[in-house]
Ligand binder design. Sequence first.
Ligand SMILES: Nc1nc2c(c(=O)[nH]1)N[C@H]1C(S)=C(S)[C@@H](COP(=O)(O)OP(=O)(O)OC[C@H]3O[C@@H](n4cnc5c(N)ncnc54)[C@H](O)[C@@H]3O)O[C@H]1N2
Ligand code: MOO
Length: 518
Amino acid sequence: MTGPRGLNEMNATDGRGGHAERASGAAPDRDAERDHDQDVDEALALVREASAGYEDGQGKRPGAGRPGAGRPGERRPGERHAPHADQHRPDNPRPDNPHPTNPHPRHQGTPWPQARDRAARAAESVARRSPASVPLDQALGLVLAAPLTALTDLPSFDTSAMDGWAVAGPGPWKVRDEGVLAGQSGADALADGEAMPIATGARIPREVTAVIRSEHGRTDSKGRLHAEREVMHGQDIRPRGQECRSGDQLLPARFSVTPAVLGLAAAAGYDSLPVVPRPRVEVLVLGDELLTEGLPREGLIRDALGPMLPYWLRALGAEVIAVRRLGDDAKKLREAVAGSQAELVVTTGGTASGPVDHVHPTLRALGAELLVDGVEVRPGHPMLLARLDERRHLVGLPGNPLAAVSGLLTLAEPVLRTLSGRIAPVPYLAPTRDEIHGHPHDTRLVPVVLRAEPQLVAVPLHYNGPAMLRGIAASDGLAVVPPGGAKPGQELEILDLPWTLPSSPTTHDTNSAEGCFT
Ligand SMILES: Nc1nc2c(c(=O)[nH]1)N[C@H]1C(S)=C(S)[C@@H](COP(=O)(O)OP(=O)(O)OC[C@H]3O[C@@H](n4cnc5c(N)ncnc54)[C@H](O)[C@@H]3O)O[C@H]1N2
Ligand code: MOO
């Protein structure tokens, strides 16, 4: 196999992947499992899944679709356990917590679909930035702030559709010496019985009744033109206004500017377009353990999110004004969030309840309102959304890289969609080729490749653990797997990856004064 799809297929069928990662994820003790600890439960299931894939090489996942699985929103008391959220809800002591002495009681997150809706709606209250007029070459990927209305008829003059002769009246025709090329104007009107050479795109002289293609006519020794097939009135002439009249609406407001839209706008007379400005986003990368270059060493790892998020965010419509690495410094985080000029601050890491997980305490200290505090989705359940003030929000992405992608698509994408005036994509479904193991109570987002076999199918990829990017990097999208999993042939919603949109972040401040903590 060659090309990306071939690579994807290797990933899809190589069952060895993820074995070590999943095995390490299974380390927690059996007590936790007995306590219905979902993380351990899931990790163990993934180990089984990986082992099965290793043995049969098919990537099949026996044992999926556990009994008793519920839908989002259906939950038995005390089944969740991301502790940070409850710690931040002293007013909500969770009487159903079966572990009153446990300092990390489980918490209820928001079901995945509701979390996305809430994120989209949260940004509706933010005052939109005024539409901007931007030159065509800067408009790609933005959203039209007003309908695209033709500034001219198209074509704006009668045009020859073919190379050949413009003729007037019935033939044979006396051919003039001079012809007319595209871009020329001012050719004299033809008299009946006259013809003149004409090029595709040239303006049709007055009184012309048809164009004869060069391969459909011949000139005799006296220089007269004869048609070799019947000539229809108006043939191969594109009449003025055939595509649109000046003032016609070509596209509605909120339409995304694609390369084709740029071409249409230029043809219709535009030099610049009215667009919704990109919402400004600042990325704050947290973690003392992160290196910005070289090989991982001595417990330090490479920052995988700083290089990835600005491009991804831009593809989602954002203008990334800065990427700052703050280490695990609570004061710096607080100052950075408080002082950010961005409509959306995106943090990475620090969402859980470890000793240096500063996101929740920072939000509390700043008086932010937590709109979503944990989501029933794997990976990524500690993700959060907060309103900082009336015009700024913060999305906290978990540090595990695939968990961060999950948070990006679950919370940041809807916020950015609303802020940038985009229309929600129409969800589309594809049947899964293979069985996909499900979380008992949470939605799973699983990297897939799409194949035509001969109908469209989604092939789930391995290497889909929370800390892994290998699956998503080789994927076409993420399948939304409901609680309980999916059987072969079951239709699943697919979240597309926005790679077709333009990508090049404006500012990538990796060496700012805050520096990198390496
Ligand atoms: N007691 C509990 N611990 C954890 C829970 C839990 O519910 N209870 N949830 C786990 C889950 S699930 C996730 S996801 C993580 C989320 O943790 P944080 O958001 O606080 O992230 P960190 O602890 O800072 O990092 C987690 C992991 O990811 C690595 N990381 C962080 N940033 C980057 C980066 N830019 N590039 C690459 N890798 C990164 C970091 O080194 C850690 O390995 O919490 C679990 N713990
Ligand atoms: O399960 Mo966490 O949310 O690694 O992603």
